[in-house]
Design a protein around this ligand. Structure first.
Ligand code: UDP
Length: 238
């Protein structure tokens, strides 16, 4: 088997990644497929942190007319629902997990404690970071960047609907061109839809590479850690 390229990864799944074909909520068949890939990573000796979004349930910016802060707290709670779904799916196939939340809910999950998270990772437990950063006006992409820096992850594996970063929306424009590699600055200057600018800047400042790839095939997670040329790599390009 090819040697994995990374020792510790931060997997960022958007909420949409859990919807599969359903378009809303959680598709357990698809979630279970993702879990099998995460299990394969653990079996390869890779330590896995995961951040799940909440967009399949609720987004703060959804134009509901609500107070933004309240709407964002609803979004953070949505990520907790997804985190528990992923936890259950992983544990059903024998993967040890811990959910750590940025908003305390001690009956449901552990609070985020970095040193504890590191220990869990060393013991091959998948740590799922829920409730984003715990702050409104942020995103789960920023949470992935922040936690990746904190747990000293080698890379952020950014699983998307699209199979990489394009110059234009490939769903709308036929001739859209996919990038193999990009620098953070290019992403920011061109306004490319990778992560939001706060998350991208955090990765840039802390030199955390982001590998963007498509989750249409869950086995792409394994291909990504083996260093196969899939998706788009965003880094300092040195
Ligand atoms: N959110 C937040 N602070 C955070 C992370 C998330 O306020 O640190 C809220 C925000 O309202 C966001 C929602 O949670 O719209 C769901 O997260 P996100 O949109 O990042 O999910 P994804 O698009 O990855 O599914």
């Amino acid at each position: 088997m090819d040697k994995p390229k990374f020792k510790r990864v931060m997997l960022k799944l958007s909420g949409e990644a859990l919807t599969g074909e359903k378009g809303y909520g959680i598709d357990f068949k698809f979630t279970n497929k993702i879990s099998e890939q995460i299990k394969a990573l653990i079996d390869m000796g890779i330590e896995v942190g995961a951040v799940v979004g909440g967009g399949n349930i609720w987004r703060g910016r959804s134009g509901s007319g609500m107070d933004r802060t309240t709407a964002d707290y609803m979004g953070m709670l949505a990520t907790c629902i997804n985190a528990l779904a992923l936890q259950d799916s992983l544990e059903q196939i024998g993967v040890n997990t811990r959910v750590q939340t940025a908003i305390e809910m001690k009956e449901v999950a552990e609070p985020f404690i970095r040193r504890r998270a590191m220990r869990h990772l060393e013991k091959d437990r998948v740590v799922i970071f829920a409730a984003g950063t715990g702050n409104p006006y942020f995103s789960t992409d920023t949470c992935a960047a922040l936690r990746a820096a904190e747990i000293e992850a080698d890379v952020i594996l950014l699983a998307k609907k699209v199979d990489g970063v394009y110059d234009k929306d490939p769903y709308k424009y036929e001739g859209a061109k996919k990038y193999d590699k990009l620098s953070y600055i290019e992403v920011l200057e061109k306004g490319l839809q990778v992560m939001d600018s706060t998350a991208t800047s955090l990765c840039m400042d802390n030199n955390i590479p982001i590998l963007v790839f498509g989750l249409d095939k869950p086995e792409n997670i394994i291909r990504a850690v083996k260093g196969e040329p899939i998706g788009t790599l965003v880094s300092n390009l040195d």
